[in-house]
Write a protein that binds this ligand. Structure first.
Ligand code: NAD
Ligand code: UDX
Length: 453
């Protein structure tokens, strides 16, 4: 059997790497139109940073795993084709700012229709609006070789930073397929692939539409949990309650659960905002205004949280940030990833730059050119990228923590404090540090949803 993916990004790459690791007898090929990305997958410096990924790639690359830009050949020779291309929020025309842009999916599917000469199973790995399989089916029907295509929905639930662990030990694998005999046979083929390493009871099968919608629903629930705790963080700051204590007591109820209750400067990443907006668009399209409005609040609360944090920094720094140096600790949207898509750091930094603050930014994994690209068009001389957090904090008025990198916990804050402008502030947007300890050193320290000292 041969499997290929079209799309070698954060999902296509790691997903195929783990399939190749777990199924040594299956040939796996990862393809992409982006030559630079494929070259990086074939090099020592992979385009995606994920703990544990390098080791597996070293083990299986060149054996049953290859990376290539020859998409046509991969289509022709594969039995199962995973569609793992990007599905960003549309930026133009009808549905701009909300609907999914399906341009990339359509072009990948058109390619399959054009070049396939045998029967294939097409797997929707990208996150797609419910009923996309219908559109895919119509495009594939233009194939001139009379091939039979079975379309399955198999959304990916891995989170960045823990991709390898999530892929090796998923909570569940979801496979949606047609209820026809050939549809069910295709479902079984994919079940057998995952059954190499996932316990059978964790592999859920359902109809295609449920599977497509389950992905949007899962991300909406997770994002909603964060917006709920973030909404409470504001009330905590006004009442002396501690949001982490609220999360602990609320999360101890097994019906709610302790995960995804970490209050923060806001959620980021390429999925939550995009997928909730897509859900809102689908509701609006169906005329379900109240339902759309309900989910819109999840996004609105997140935007409010990011801007509110930046505003608070300005207020505490005596209402003026002009020419003040602010050290930014962390730029990625969460720890253990080099991804900055929708990172709250962009919004917070932009708000601080609007006030003409001078930012010294340190992130252990995000390259300088990415930070500069993300903060364009703000003047380059307002932004310095440093090699260490100590350098960033040198003579700064404040430290702002925007990513929960472990290394920020163990820094020598006494040393940092001595080299800062006084009074020195810490604004912890991730509730990572012990604020009381920082206060003992002399810092004015603030967290999200934390009692004010
Ligand atoms: P990405 O942008 O990192 O990767 C997508 C890749 O597809 C790019 O390298 C691009 O060059 C390639 N591509 C686009 N059109 C192509 C075409 N016609 N032919 C060949 N290659 C093409 O995106 P990603 O983060 O990997 O996300 C992919 C999908 O998975 C999205 O639908 C996303 O919502 C979903 N998803 C992402 C995550 C995540 O954590 N990033 C998790 C679950 C699901
Ligand atoms: C998310 C989903 O978790 C995953 O199942 C889906 O496949 C893709 O989208 P990802 O965006 O990679 O994964 O990371 P996630 O761990 O969900 O974090 C998203 C954002 O929420 C990050 O900015 C993170 O810092 C923030 N977050 C997460 C919180 O602010 N509080 C929490 O309690 C959890």
């Amino acid at each position: 059997m041969k499997i290929c993916s079209i799309g070698a990004g954060y999902v296509g790459g790691p997903t195929m790497v783990v399939i190749a690791e777990q199924c040594p007898e299956i040939e796996v090929e990862v393809t992409d139109v982006n030559e630079e990305r494929i070259a990086a997958w074939n090099s020592e410096k992979l385009p995606v940073f994920e703990p544990g990924l390098d080791e597996i790639v070293k083990k299986v690359r060149g054996k049953n795993l290859t990376f290539s830009t020859d998409i046509d050949e991969a289509i022709r020779t594969s039995d199962i084709i995973f569609l793992a291309v990007n599905t960003p929020t549309k930026t133009y025309g009808d549905g701009a700012g909300k609907a999914s842009d399906l341009t990339y999916i359509e072009s990948a599917v058109r390619r399959i229709a054009e070049v396939a000469t045998g029967d294939k199973i097409i797997v929707e790995k990208s996150t797609l609006p419910v009923r996309t399989a219908e559109k895919i089916r119509r495009i594939l029907a233009t194939n001139r070789h009379g091939c039979n295509f079975e379309i399955l929905s198999n959304p990916e639930f891995m989170a960045e930073g823990t991709a390898v662990e999530d892929l090796r030990h998923p909570d569940r694998i979801l496979i949606g397929g047609d209820e026809t005999e050939s549809g069910q046979k295709a479902v079984q083929t994919l079940v057998d692939v995952y059954a190499h390493w996932v316990p059978r009871e964790k592999i859920l099968t359902q109809n295609v539409w449920s599977s497509e919608l389950s992905k949007l629903a899962s991300n909406a629930f997770l994002a909603q949990k964060i917006s709920s705790i973030n909404a409470l963080s504001v009330l905590c700051e006004h009442s002396g309650a501690d949001v982490d204590e609220i999360a602990r007591s609320v999360g101890a109820d097994s019906r709610i659960g302790p995960k995804f209750l970490k209050s923060s400067v806001g959620f980021g990443g390429s999925c939550f905002k995009k997928d909730v907006l897509n859900l809102i668009y689908l509701c609006e399209y169906a005329g379900l205004t109240e339902v759309a409005r309900y989910w819109q609040q999840v996004i609105d609360m997140n935007e409010y949280q990011k801007h509110r944090f930046a505003r608070f920094i300005r207020e505490k720094l005596f209402g003026s940030l002009r020419n003040k140096k602010i050290a930014i600790f962390g730029f990625a949207f969460k720890k253990d990833t080099n991804d900055t898509r929708e990172t709250p750091a962009i919004t917070v930094c932009q708000d601080l730059l609007e006030e003409q603050a001078k930012l010294a930014i340190y992130d252990p994994k995000v390259p300088e050119e990415t930070v500069r690209r993300d903060l364009r068009p703000y003047p380059a001389d307002l932004i310095t990228i440093t090699q260490t957090p100590y350098e960033a904090a040198e003579e700064a008025h404040a430290i702002v923590i925007l990513t929960e990198w472990d290394e920020f916990i163990a820094l020598d804050y006494e040393k940092i404090f001595k080299n800062m402008q006084q009074p020195a502030f810490v604004f912890d947007g991730r509730n990572l540090l012990d604020l009381n300890r920082l206060r003992t050193i002399g810092f004015e320290a603030y967290g999200i949803g934390k009692p004010r000292a």
